[in-house]
Write a protein that binds this ligand. Structure first.
Ligand SMILES: Cc1cc2nc3c(=O)[nH]c(=O)nc-3n(C[C@H](O)[C@H](O)[C@H](O)COP(=O)(O)O)c2cc1C
Length: 176
């Protein structure tokens, strides 16, 4: 079984995570970008009107037995909208996949991600790992959105996050 990582990142956190995971798993890594610069307004409009923005490249084919790991930020409680075109492309075609995110987490867990993944891919994820920047910062006082949004992962953060991810992935029964 091969592993394919497909990632999107606006400000670099999920890109750093995806790059590191791809290196550790020796996985093929496709980095999604957008032809147009992304604005905060466009994030709001995508979420509000359920838009699927244009991306480059749209991954075309995947072996149904491969494990696909999608990595990207959470925006307004939803998976970053540039990944939507990939989910559409792979709907009902990818049987084993995971979604991993390093999101802000200032308001707690992003509780709707599991339902969104099933809606967009037609398949239950093998794993959904929503890691939070808030957990990397001192807990007192509780980190606010402004701090978590401005935070950029460093090498030590990546080491810590990678341990959590590898532990969770190692617990998966991918033969199911
Ligand atoms: C417009 C906007 C909305 C966001 N909404 C959420 C959210 O609902 N939940 C959350 O945990 N983080 C949220 N975040 C924080 C990002 O998920 C976090 O900063 C992430 O690490 C950015 O990833 P990137 O550097 O790969 O783009 C939001 C960030 C932006 C810019």
């Amino acid at each position: 079984m091969n592993t394919l990582i497909i990632s999107y990142s606006l400000t670099g956190n999920n890109q750093a995570l995806a790059k590191r995971l791809a290196a550790e798993l020796h996985a093929q890594h496709i980095v999604i970008t957008e032809p147009k610069p992304r604005t905060i307004l466009a994030i709001f409009l995508d979420v509000l009107f359920n838009r699927t923005p244009k991306i480059d490249p749209i991954p075309t084919s995947v072996n149904p037995n491969d494990m696909v790991i999608f990595i990207g930020p959470v925006w307004m409680g939803q998976i970053a909208t540039p990944l939507r075109a990939c989910f559409k492309q792979f709907k009902h075609k990818v049987l084993k996949y995971a979604f991993i995110s390093i999101s802000g987490g200032a308001d707690g867990d992003n509780t709707k991600l599991g339902d969104e993944l099933i809606k967009r891919t037609g398949v239950q994820p093998a794993a959904m790992i929503d890691l939070h920047i808030a957990d990397l910062l001192p807990s007192n006082p509780r980190p606010q959105r402004k701090e978590t949004s401005a935070y950029r992962l460093n090498g030590k953060d990546l080491d810590k996050l990678m341990e959590t991810i590898k532990l969770k992935l190692s617990q998966l029964d991918l033969n199911k």
